[in-house]
Design a protein around this ligand. Structure first.
Ligand SMILES: [Fe+2]
Length: 259
């Protein structure tokens, strides 16, 4: 028996939240997805995740919303994450950080474990994501049939290294954070699906979702700038995973794009 999971890349700004609200349910139906995992760390205006956006993304049809390094920008999200089982933040923050780094949801009648991790290369110091993954898999052994990891990281090598480290132990590892979809989706030798980055859901005419003139200014003048989400048509990027529910491994991984 197989199940399909749609994973949606970083939702950037209120326009993208509206796009997801309008389109996710029909996309989910047309792809026959039993479950949707969506990265929401930049959903609030000016990045971060606010409570209204988190609720909108869940109401739009996301089963689980994952986070990243920008999750915390809106202070209000701390209390929300502390009790939410459907909106999570990376698991390798230090002990005592509000919220959960992994969670469970039903997927086609099977138990899906979703883990969120943060990379260390070119990012703030965190606990080791490799050890954090090991600890979760050890602790939850026997409690899940399928496991998907959102690895929110900058370096392509670190993302591939975690995927190979977990090959055969989890269903899939997908990367987020760079906002640019990579063309390297594949199934690793022991059966784990992997892609370096699934891309973003945000304004197409932009640099990573931000107004291009602001980013060009930042690079040409080297002065501090305030990020503003770009306007215009939204493009949704993600992947569709097909998983074997008996083995817990991946049988297909395809890129998804909707505009
Ligand atoms: Fe990020």
């Amino acid at each position: 028996m197989e199940t399909k999971i749609l994973c949606v890349g970083d939702v950037v700004g209120p326009g993208a939240v509206d796009f997801v609200s309008a389109r996710l349910k029909s996309l989910r139906n047309s792809l026959n997805a039993d479950c949707v995992i969506l990265n929401g760390e930049n959903a609030a205006s000016g990045n971060g995740l606010d409570i209204a956006s988190a609720n909108a993304l869940l109401n739009a049809g996301a089963d689980i919303v994952t986070g990243g390094n920008h999750t915390w920008k809106r202070r209000e999200i701390r209390e929300y994450l502390a009790v939410s089982e459907r909106v999570i933040r990376p698991a390798n923050y230090p002990p005592g950080t509000p919220g959960f780094g992994y969670t469970f949801t039903g997927c086609g009648g099977f138990r899906l474990l979703v883990i969120n991790l943060l990379g260390l290369v070119y990012m703030d110091p965190m606990d080791c994501p490799f050890r954090a993954a090991d600890a979760i898999l050890r602790r939850e052994k026997g409690n899940f049939d399928l496991c998907v990891v959102d690895f929110h990281a900058e370096a392509t090598s670190e993302k591939a290294a975690l995927a190979y480290y977990l090959d055969g132990r989890v269903s899939a590892v997908f990367g987020t954070h760079t906002h640019v979809a990579t063309a390297d989706e594949r199934i690793l030798p022991k059966g784990t699906g992997f892609i370096t980055d699934i891309g973003m859901t945000g304004p197409a005419d932009s640099i990573l979702g931000i107004r291009s003139d602001i980013i060009v200014d930042k690079f040409t003048r080297r002065l501090p700038v305030k990020f503003d989400t770009a306007q215009g048509g939204i493009v949704l990027c993600g992947i569709l995973l097909t998983l074997d529910c008996e083995t817990g491994l991946c049988t297909a991984i395809e890129r998804v794009r909707a505009e």
